[in-house]
Design a protein around this ligand. Structure first.
Ligand code: GTP
Ligand code: MG
Length: 316
């Protein structure tokens, strides 16, 4: 699949998020609407609503909270589907608000600000690095990329393409080289270039979890030899279409490294967007940004209101 070229007719990011999340919201919105053709909110309806929220991946805890809030306001009163969706959207936005923290490389004396990208294979790490590189370059920062996924032959080439697109140098070593050695060299070179930011790509899959854990630990260890504060951010990239499996991925990576925040990709076509709410509720990790397409401009800061309204299929 190729990157979409930017064009004036291109829909704004919110429209893409809303349309993308339509797969997630349709089921929810239709479900809610069919429950309420102007009727009183009773215990059975509340239970059905709770089930609907759980099947939409929002998580048991969130589902209970949303329906309890609704019951407090509206029990035994007449409500419409639109009112219910608006009430849920407001509560979801409130759950998401504390975790919506943009990823902004701080100005630090000991440059560069080092960002380590981790996540399972195919989650969107390399693509997200390209998008971040563009955003930060546009913001006037000098960015260096490190092709730390030395495990997969095509990985270096893929990052090189993103380097060209974003105008950032890519530090690489031949396929099969030691990832930690590459990370070490990349930090040396980024320093020499006086770069503001170094973003390090990593392999999503090694022979097994222990192998990946060992490799990531080694990468972090060699970075700390040069800068005890590095990596300044360790971002876990999650594929927003995997649903409940995201919980297991977060747990696994938090056991391996000190994950400082999340980026959720592929929300431009996910039927499982509700997972972001469940993660916010259960993990409390910052959600820095969301991916809404394969193009270089398709990464957007996470906006709780827009996300919650999209998820509930509310226009505008
Ligand atoms: N639709 C859509 N596709 C995306 C998004 N982000 C990434 N992709 C696509 O997902 C696929 C995998 O992305 P990569 O960036 O290669 O994922 P990775 O985590 O680097 O994968 P490995 O290198 O195999 O570990 C590619 O085809 C990307 O174009 C997104 O936000 N939306
Ligand atoms: Mg990759």
């Amino acid at each position: 699949m190729s990157a979409e070229p930017a064009s004036p007719e291109r829909k704004g990011w919110f429209a893409r998020l809303r349309d993308g999340l339509a797969k997630s919201s349709r089921r929810l919105a239709d479900g809610i609407t069919s429950l309420f053709v102007k009727r009183r909110l009773d215990a059975a309806t509340l239970e059905e609503l709770e089930d609907l929220l759980i099947t939409a991946d929002l998580g048991v805890e969130t589902a209970a909270k949303l329906t309890a809030n609704l019951a407090r306001e509206k029990f035994d009163k007449e409500v419409t589907g639109d009112e219910v969706r608006a009430a849920f959207a407001a509560d979801i936005a409130a759950i998401l608000a504390p975790v919506a923290v943009p990823l902004e490389p701080r100005e630090i004396a000991n440059k560069p600000f080092v960002v380590l990208m981790v996540g399972v294979n195919g989650s969107g790490k390399t693509t997200t690095i390209g998008k971040l590189a563009r955003q930060w370059t546009d913001a006037g920062k000098s960015v260096v990329l490190a092709a730390g996924d030395t495990f997969r032959a095509a990985a270096v080439e893929q990052l090189r393409v993103w380097g060209e697109r974003s105008g950032c140098p890519v530090i690489e070593k031949p396929h099969g080289a030691d990832a930690a050695a590459l990370a070490f060299d990349a930090l040396v070179e980024a320093r020499e270039r006086k770069a503001d930011v170094l973003i390090i790509d990593t392999a999503g899959r090694l022979q097994n979890k222990a192998g990946l854990m060992e490799e990531l630990a080694k990468v972090i260890r060699v970075l700390k030899k040069q800068d005890p504060e590095a990596p300044h951010a360790t971002v876990l990239v999650l594929d927003g279409t995997v649903g409940q499996n995201a919980h297991a991925q977060v747990k696994t990576f938090r056991e391996m490294v000190n994950v400082t925040g999340l980026i959720v990709t592929k929300l431009d076509g996910s039927a499982r967007g509700g997972i972001v709410v469940a993660l916010a509720q259960s993990q409390g990790l910052p959600v820095h940004a969301v991916g809404v397409g394969e193009g270089i401009d398709d990464l957007h800061p996470f906006e709780p209101d827009a996300f919650a309204r999209s998820l509930m299929g509310i226009e505008g």
